[in-house]
Design a protein around this ligand. Sequence first.
Ligand code: ADP
Ligand code: MG
Length: 292
Amino acid sequence: MVVLLIPESSYDHSVTLNCNNITGNGPIRRVALYGKGGIGKSTVASNVSAALAEKGHRVMQIGCDPKADSTRLLRGGSKGPSVLDSVREGRTGLDGIVSEGYAGVLCVECGGPRPGTGCAGRGIIVAFETLERRCAVETFRPDVIIYDVLGDVVCGGFAMPIRDGYARDVFIVTSGETMSLYAAANISEAVHCLREDGCDARLSGLIQNSRDVQGEDELVSRAAGSMGTEIVSRIPRSRTVQECEAAGKTVIEGAPDSPQAVAYRALAAKILAATEASEGGLRQNYTQEDYS
Ligand code: ADP
Ligand code: MG
């Protein structure tokens, strides 16, 4: 059983990736939400996924936080099994690692090593490779993929969605709090450096998840300006979010007529308008021939 770093040797390279036979993916929007831990990425991601799914989109939300709690609000509050759990337990196939949540949103959790036993960034890399080998995207054919990524440290693993063609459009979730703006600046810098190295991802905007800090709008506007980007939406702080969370629901599901649901729907529409779809599987412009 693999407990520690989940080395590459832990999965079976003799299994031939044959996803192209399943095929017929249409173009896919590949969106990544980054931000400091606890800032509200998973809440934003789940509400945006739910809002898009209600509009008829086939959305896959991939949680890239070792806590594996990204999609809980889409699944009635329960945590699902993670990709890395599946690898550790020696299971194969997609059973259990892609589950349908609210309005048919496809829920995936990368998971992580047991606390204190390994590298979370490395875990993301193994999880993505596993999803590709098991043809997750070719089987479920989403037209929007949302990566929900912890951005406190943008190490190789957490940079992978940007670096290796998984995400095209990066949005940073931040409040006006200093530490969250600090993380946002680091993530923006990472996108910038990776672009200089030739990768195709771009910073598509900031999402302000308000904490009611004094002068918050101004602080976040200034940060956006210094990063050369825009604020896509300012999401209000609202008790409705926590009330729905207590019921294991997104606001879209639990309080569909609330002003907060209106804000998330407007954000979802703006994300659609600000992103581009491209061919490929889990990564853009990527086919079986590229996979060695
Ligand atoms: P992250 O995924 O960035 O770690 P979460 O989405 O889990 O953060 O959110 C952390 C906490 O903040 C949750 O308990 C959530 O209910 C709360 N929260 C997020 N956004 C809002 C908001 N706009 N108003 C009130 N509470 C919020
Ligand atoms: Mg989260």
